[in-house]
Design a protein. Sequence first.
Length: 325
Amino acid sequence: MALKNILALLVVLSVLGVSVAIPNLSLGLGRGLDLDYYRNQCPNAEGIVRRVTVEYVTRQKSLAAALLRMYFHDCFVRGCDASLLLKSPNKDAERDAIPNLSVRGYEVVDAAKKALEKKCPGVVSCADVLALVARDAVLVVNGPWWPVPLGRRDGRISRKSEANLPSPFANIDQLKKSFWDKGLSTKDLAVLSGAHTIGISSCALVNPRVYNFTGKGDFDKSMNLGYVRALKRKCKPTDFRTPVDLDPGSAKKFDTHYYNAVAQGKGLFVSDSALLNDVDTKNYVIKQAGVSFNKDFADSMYKLGFLDILTGKQGEIRKKCSSVN
């Protein structure tokens, strides 16, 4: 999308009351990506993806969080190359790793890719489709909009053994290292954790923290006692399936309530509460989120989209997102 078209779109979005943010567009644009990459071969690529995404997410709002999570999980392993989307007959691809077994929303990416293949066969990569779907899904639930430079190529390798994603049980040092290893800052950690403002988890990830945190039948003392009691009412000790909101009281709305919850000891995961154990992330949680979160989230998502990308003649343009050509 040309810059003049982006500016025109921003005017429309502003009129509609949608939060918009313009990251530093010079970041990474010399690395093979272009805001108007498909202008000749598939000029309406973004519009096609947006139409499909809006159709799905409008019907099922919970898909917004699922698709955002999918994008993060893809980019954090081998980079933003759609390797998470690949299937393996031996069940040894990224999507078969334990952290990815609960990833969902593949049908949205597949539907967008199918629509593109009808209009512009063999042109738009699955990696670019996923980047656009994640952005547009957030927009549907009143999250911020950000430009998505395009031109990524699809990877041909997907290994279950490489799906070393940040754990919901990770402490702050482990989280910071995971992000630093990807070239992301401590601020990016605090900001992208804010994605938990939407979506759900399950009692399976909650119960160890509220019933047997140190192996002595206790709960994590860093948690708000009232929140622990509420979680115990919802999640019985042998319950591993009941859904639990990531952001208690505001899990369907993209806002800053997540940070309020974390500050009050109501972070669902150890990794959420861990943000209070570092001076920089704690400062963001307490002071900055309410002022600048939408812009910060747009900035960090923009940066995320450049992680270890394939461009030029690297990789391929898959015909189907679930299999190599």
